[in-house]
Design a protein around this ligand. Structure first.
Ligand code: DGL
Length: 258
């Protein structure tokens, strides 16, 4: 059986890239809902509906385990999927997200003033605030929604000036908060990490999710041999998009190898 990786668009490829590096032996099926990206400006109810459809698609493609490589979906939908949907319809399969592994990793850090940027849906859910507070009760968390970033990135936006303006605008509030770390809580943002680092400066540790999610999945599979044993190890990777006619080859290349 396969490992499924799902995102609203191309952002989840940053997670897949890390998985392929850390756990190259498995078979992966990637699904990007590029026909409906961005999710982040939509209601939690509709994001849940889209997420459920994606999960059903990946289960039909013989996925034993699915990683929701999307913070908007994880923060609005994962709990309901795990607690209500899976027990009823797919009791033997697993769906994991990006928030738990990332907060566990933050729990091992000494960060005290953590900035979190992501989509509106992620920010409104307050999922990271809740989860980080559980393990770092004294930490101060400052969130900022960046609703233009995902459409900009998906539209192959590499116009430096525009990107610089958008980022400066979104980050100016956080820069005044004297943050020691900045979590990129949207899987799309990894490809503009350098530009973000240049704005926040060397004193702020910029954290991306790919490597953390891959490392934690490795630990998870070691602990759950009953799942690991079911996974095919043929190093096959397949990609599916809900709008297969969109030409996203160049951008995919940037996400996976850039
Ligand atoms: N990559 C998704 C995330 O991590 C983007 C969500 C969106 O489509 O707005 O949240």
């Amino acid at each position: 059986m396969n490992i499924g990786v799902f995102d609203s668009g191309l952002g989840g490829l940053t997670i897949l890239k890390a998985l392929l590096k850390e756990l190259p032996q498995y078979n992966y099926i990637y699904l990007g809902d590029n026909a409906r990206v961005p999710y982040g400006n939509r209601s939690p109810e509709i994001i849940y509906q889209f997420t459920k459809e994606a999960i059903d698609f990946l289960f039909k493609k013989n996925c034993q385990l699915i990683i929701i490589a999307c913070n908007a979906s994880t923060s609005t939908s994962l709990r309901k999927i795990q607690q209500e949907y899976l027990p009823k319809f797919h009791p033997n399969r697993k769906v994991l997200g990006v928030i738990k592994p990332v907060t566990e990793e933050l729990g091992d850090s000494k960060f005290q003033r953590i900035g979190v940027i992501g989509t509106k849906a992620m920010v409104n859910s307050e999922a990271f605030i809740r989860e980080i507070k559980k393990i770092l009760p004294k930490a101060k968390i400052f969130q900022q929604a960046c609703p233009l970033l995902v459409p900009y990135i998906e539209d192959s936006g590499r116009n430096r000036k525009v990107l610089q303006l958008i980022l400066e605008e979104y980050l100016k509030g956080l820069r005044k908060k004297n943050i020691d770390s900045l979590l990129l809580a949207c899987t799309h943002y990894e490809i503009v990490k350098k530009e973000i680092e240049n704005i926040v400066g060397p004193k702020v540790k910029v954290i991306t999710e790919g490597y953390i999610v891959a490392k934690k999945l490795k630990d998870y599979l070691k602990k759950h041999m009953e799942i690991e044993e079911k996974l095919k190890k043929k190093k096959k990777v397949s990609y599916f998009f809900t709008d297969p006619n969109q030409d996203n080859k160049k951008l995919m290349e940037l996400f996976l190898n850039g």
